[in-house]
Design a protein around this ligand. Structure first.
Ligand SMILES: O=C(O)CCC(=O)C(=O)O
Ligand SMILES: [Fe+2]
Length: 231
């Protein structure tokens, strides 16, 4: 489930630029179980509120006022991904549940619903480290928006999933990102005096769109954008 201004539960602001959205509805909901949509929205409200608080803590950690990022969150490009990983063969080295990647988010909160170790993160020494489920906890993966805004002070977590446990695995990943119409600028406390930021200012929605189009090469929107010379 992604940001979808057509769904009343998402309370899109009235001045949202709808021209960047295709006609809705954008999400596909299963008919069963009947309370699925309601439950997912309940979870989303909780995890979004938690994320907003966490981003305030990040701001404080960067010696910024705690509300520093608040104005960037009027309608976050947020997605909640419900994931199922069937068991995969332990022997097949190349069998990957989700290949190595970093997320397009400020950060992602991963709720590992099954007692099934499968998530791994790449540490600074280039070693894969297991991030097994810990009851009552969420995994926080730093995403690319935070990396860019902090001039690499925060580094995106490269991670992957391999479910070689022999059991089913379920997880919920909540991607918390800025609103599409805000500018991502390097935060002032992450640039030393006289230093030039590594990244140019960019509109959050433009950067997100460009990266999605480049990543999903076989998507019709990507093929069309390539034909127009946009990517
Ligand atoms: O299922 C997980 O633990 C992580 C999922 C993930 O990394 C993603 O969907 O981007
Ligand atoms: Fe991820």
């Amino acid at each position: 489930m992604a940001d979808d201004p057509y769904e009343p539960e998402q309370q899109a602001p009235s001045d949202l630029d709808m021209s960047t959205y295709p006609p809705g509805p954008l999400n596909q909901w299963p008919a069963q179980p009947p309370d699925f949509r309601h439950t997912i929205y309940e979870y989303r409200a909780a995890v979004q509120a938690c994320s907003a608080v966490l981003l305030r803590l990040v701001a404080l950690g960067l010696d910024l006022p705690e509300e520093y990022f608040d104005h960037m969150l009027s309608f976050p490009m947020a997605g909640l991904r419900a994931l199922h990983y069937p068991p995969q063969a332990a022997t097949a080295e190349d069998t990957i549940g989700i290949g190595a990647h970093a997320d397009y988010s400020w950060f992602t909160l991963v709720n590992q619903l099954s007692d099934t170790p499968a998530l791994e993160v790449l540490n600074a020494n280039g070693h894969w480290v297991a991030a097994p489920p810990v009851p009552g906890s969420l995994v926080v993966n730093v995403g690319d928006f935070l990396e860019r805004a902090t001039n690499d002070r925060f580094v995106s977590t490269v991670h992957r999933v391999r479910n070689i446990s022999g059991r089913e695995r379920y997880s919920l990943a909540y991607f918390f990102a800025p609103s599409q119409n805000v500018m991502i600028r390097t935060v002032p406390t992450c640039v030393a005096e006289g230093e030039t930021p590594k990244y140019e200012d960019v509109k959050a929605g433009d950067w997100q769109r460009e990266r999605l189009l480049r990543a999903r090469v076989n998507h019709p929107a990507s093929i069309a954008a390539k034909a127009r010379g946009e990517i």
